[in-house]
Write a protein that binds this ligand. Structure first.
Ligand SMILES: *Cc1c(COP(=O)(O)O)cnc(C)c1O
Length: 357
């Protein structure tokens, strides 16, 4: 099997080897060391400003999104959500569930946010902006410099869901002035699913520490206080956190976030250069290195996903909902090589010979 989805993705041999070990007891100085190192490396790779903190929640990426909404915003806030697909829509749903006032900027699937689209929201008392740095459902990478500039001018608290773009695309939390950065274990961290990360700037930490307690399991204040000694309030996904540690150290040894980003960018560029002759159009107008969204010109997208899976042992990422038959996505995160790209291109060429695309 070759896995070109956007998560869970393929893990390195070292990460997989940890998965075969017994899971240790965790209220120990040894596990605290692992957790403190995880926090330090995530903050360094996110280029978080001094005084930032990161906590690890047991739950998929959506747990980090919900924790951010519950702990960093209150009913006194007035938020803007950039909704360009299913992950933007998820933020809007979460704000609705937790009764945080918000307005959404809806975008056509595959279109990025243009500067003029924010202008009419200036000076209207908005306090926060939530955006998926990459809207993974359509492969759009938003212009975070432009969005962060707007937030800075308006004095707004920026919550950046970098779940699929962390380590794949440039993200400088300090330069952007982001208050929160979210990511998850099964995207470019290339570990099993089940752990999500909330990185907080000093302003984000202050918001979390002063927020009224709304729940027990996703309470960020409790996580921050326990995290000071490298611990978590409840039993975390101990095995996955050890795999994350191995992976973060692997990335650091190979040159840190810039090298990993360059590696993923090279895999993406290699793939994009090899599909020029195939009957696919690129679906989106501003691409992340993490994923290439493709609109097939000659066959339904979902059929291509099924044929590749069942007849070639290759997994690409199908779309759901309205885009089910128009778009499929090829991920570039995880342990993939250009030789894997060649195997996928060979499968596409074979499907073309068979009249399937
Ligand atoms: C994967 C992803 C999530 C989280 O999804 P889970 O299935 O809960 O892990 C959130 N936002 C974006 C942009 C994602 O790519």
């Amino acid at each position: 099997m070759i896995n070109f989805t956007v998560g869970p993705v393929q893990s390195s041999d070292a990460v997989r080897a940890i998965g075969a070990e017994q899971v240790p007891y965790f209220r120990t100085p040894e596990f605290s060391e692992v957790m403190l190192e995880n926090e330090r490396l995530v903050l360094s790779f996110a280029q978080a400003p001094a005084g930032s903190r990161a906590v690890f929640l047991t739950g998929s990426g959506t747990a980090a999104m919900e924790a951010a909404v519950m702990n960093l915003l209150t009913q006194a806030d007035k938020a803007i959500v950039i909704n360009g697909g299913s992950f933007g829509h998820r933020f809007a749903e979460l704000l609705g569930i937790h009764r945080i006032p918000y307005d959404e900027i809806r975008l056509e699937p595959g279109r990025t946010l243009r500067p003029g689209q924010l202008d009419s929201y200036a000076g209207k008392g908005y306090t926060s902006l939530l955006v998926n740095v990459g809207e993974t459902s359509t492969g759009v990478l938003y212009d975070m410099g432009m969005i962060a500039g707007f937030c800075r001018r308006e004095g707004m608290f920026l919550i950046a869901d970098a779940i699929s773009t962390f380590l794949a695309d440039e993200f400088d939390m300090a330069a952007l002035g982001a208050g929160a950065m979210l990511t998850g274990s099964q995207k470019a961290l290339a570990c099993p699913p089940g752990v999500s990360v909330v990185a907080l700037s000093p302003e984000g930490v202050a918001r979390a520490m002063s927020a009224p307690r709304k729940c027990m399991y996703l309470d960020l204040r409790d996580a921050l206080v326990n995290g000071e000694r490298g611990q978590t309030p409840f039993t975390p996904a101990v095995g996955t956190l050890r795999q994350i540690n191995t992976r973060l150290r692997e990335i650091e040894a190979a040159g840190g976030a810039p090298s990993e980003r360059a590696r993923i960018a090279a895999i993406a560029a290699d793939f994009r250069s090899k599909i020029k002759e195939l009957p696919f159009a690129i679906f989106s107008d501003r691409l992340s290195n993490a994923v290439t969204p493709l609109r097939p010109l000659t066959a339904p997208a979902y059929d291509i996903f099924t044929t590749l899976k069942d007849e070639y042992g290759i997994w690409v990422c199908p779309n759901g909902g309205e885009l089910r038959d128009t778009v499929f996505r090829v991920g570039h995160i995880g342990a993939l090589t250009t030789a894997d790209n060649d195997a996928l291109i060979a499968a596409f060429n074979d499907m073309r010979r068979r009249g399937l695309i």
